[in-house]
Ligand binder design. Structure first.
Ligand code: BG6
Length: 474
């Protein structure tokens, strides 16, 4: 079985990693705008170091990023040249509601996305929109503590209603929260959570998760009223966890690790809190505050499809002695001796993508969409400025083979594939430009120097050929 003719080939970006123009067009300040590049970044992302405004000592890569805000026409034209069927992008919340709690939206922000969508549609490119990709208006962090507060559900609802109404004839596919499970690992970076001393951090995180899950269900409810043709998806930082050995303790450990992530999609896709989570809350002395109607809302508003990012599999052991051999992926994982690693130490496992696709499809029986996958690598232009990124081509080729096998041999329903950072952009975990994923090179370095000129890498023409052959010519 070949991929369907409607298969959504394309690429993905996020507002804060590509737009720049961080205060232009009346945009307000977001969490992502105060997260610096450099040695403090990971501590800030994890909520270990509090940073709620910009200072003169740090460099903030979101402020200019790759200047998509001014160059989107050129960039979308390049995507069209590759034959993209789909472009995943995110909305910057503070372009629409600069403080988050404003009563009226900012017309300039809405107009910007109108222009971007029109540009996509001009080329027949379907926009796939992430409503929030790791950004929270800083005003809401300062005033109500971000997602720890239930009020966030109302502000998010206002955002969704505004977007769905405005773009109901331009956008069909929506994702409610990027990598919703990242809340557990990067509480500030993904959800704007700042902890107080001696509080039960896990309780705060799961309460915030409840608010996001309710917000996601509300968005789905509103979306269906505004346009029944909309397709609403959840988004998981995906990847199956392998047990280090065949010891039953390791198998059990791997299963519980996976459940930490499935927890979110179990609620979004099946519509209720799984029993294992309820028991976990009891053990952890976590008492979620629910409002009347929450359970019904979750039950009645499950997603249409499940989307996920995949960079590499995870590995875990029940043995504390083994647990020291960690690899550098953002999620805690051991080093797998069978896998190669990227220059940033991320483990590369194409078969793991097929395994993950099967695990998700077995569990949810809903169409899947791979919305991030790719290799972050250093690209060195030759004397003509050309980049021969065969390593990237090899990575993507093997992952495409793996998902094709999942479709053709395992019968997984897969709607599409959007590679991460189809144009070079700022790395989320490191803030670097030098960790590049793109088919399109952007001339800018980690310190912010460069012309911002765009140029086609070798992988550009390769991906063009892949798309035009619907994945046959790899
Ligand atoms: C995902 C995020 O976690 O991974 C993206 O959704 C991010 O925002 C991507 O950029 C790759 O991670 P990094 O750290 O290499 O940019």
């Amino acid at each position: 079985m070949a991929l369907s003719k409607e298969f959504l080939w394309g690429g993905a970006t996020a507002a804060n990693q590509c737009e720049g123009g961080y205060l232009e067009g009346n945009k307000g300040l977001s969490t992502v705008d105060v997260i610096p590049a450099g040695k403090d970044r990971v501590s800030v992302l994890k909520g270990k170091m509090k940073m709620l405004e910009c200072d003169d000592e740090h460099f903030y890569p979101s402020h200019e990023a790759i200047d998509f805000y001014h160059r989107y026409k050129e960039d979308i034209a390049l995507f069209a040249e590759m034959g993209f069927k789909c472009f995943r992008l995110s909305m910057a919340w503070t372009r629409i509601f600069p403080h988050g709690d404003d009563t009226l939206p900012n017309e300039e922000g809405l107009k910007f996305y109108d222009d971007v969508f029109d540009e996509c549609l001009k080329y027949g490119i379907e926009p796939l929109v992430t409503i929030t990709h790791f950004d929270v208006p800083i005003h809401l962090v300062n005033t109500i503590g971000s997602w720890r507060s239930r009020k966030m559900v109302d502000y998010y609802e206002r955002l969704c209603e505004t977007l769905f109404t405005r773009y109901k004839d331009k956008v069909k596919y929506w994702l409610t929260f990027n990598e919703i499970n990242m809340l557990l690992h990067l509480p500030f970076g993904s959800s704007g959570l700042v902890f107080e001393e001696d509080e039960n951090e896990e309780a705060v995180k799961y309460q915030a998760a409840h608010h996001q899950l309710v917000a996601s269900a509300k968005a789905t409810e509103i979306a269906r009223k505004i346009n029944p043709e909309f397709k609403i998806g959840c988004m998981l930082a995906g990847a199956s966890t392998y047990p280090y050995t065949c010891a039953p303790e390791d198998i059990w450990r791997a299963m519980t690790r996976d459940r930490e992530h499935y927890f979110f999609v179990d609620v979004q896709s099946r519509g209720e809190y799984p029993n294992y989570a309820k028991k976990m809350f009891e053990r952890m002395n976590i008492h979620l505050k629910m409002e009347d109607g929450d359970e019904e809302l979750l039950k009645n508003n499950t997603v249409d499809f499940v989307s996920f990012s995949y960079y590499g599999s995870r590995l875990t052991s029940a043995d504390p002695a083994v647990n020291t051999q960690t690899a550098a992926n953002l999620f805690p994982t051991l080093r797998n001796p069978h896998l190669k690693r990227s220059e940033w130490g991320w483990q590369i496992d194409p078969l793991g993508l097929r395994i993950t696709l099967n695990a998700l499809y077995d569990r949810y029986q809903k169409p899947l969409l791979i919305v991030e996958n790719g290799l972050g690598a250093v690209d060195k232009p030759d004397e003509n400025g050309y980049i021969e990124d065969d390593y990237r081509i090899e990575y993507l080729r093997e992952h495409i083979r793996a998902f094709k096998a999942a479709v053709a041999e395992d019968g997984v329903e897969l709607l599409g594939y959007t590679t991460w950072g189809c144009i070079d952009l700022v790395s989320s975990s490191s803030g670097e430009m030098s960790k590049r994923y793109g088919f399109i090179y952007v001339d800018k370095d980690d310190q912010g120097n460069g012309t911002l000129n765009r140029s086609r890498k070798k992988s550009f023409n390769w991906y063009k050929k892949v798309i035009s052959s619907n994945g046959e010519d790899l």
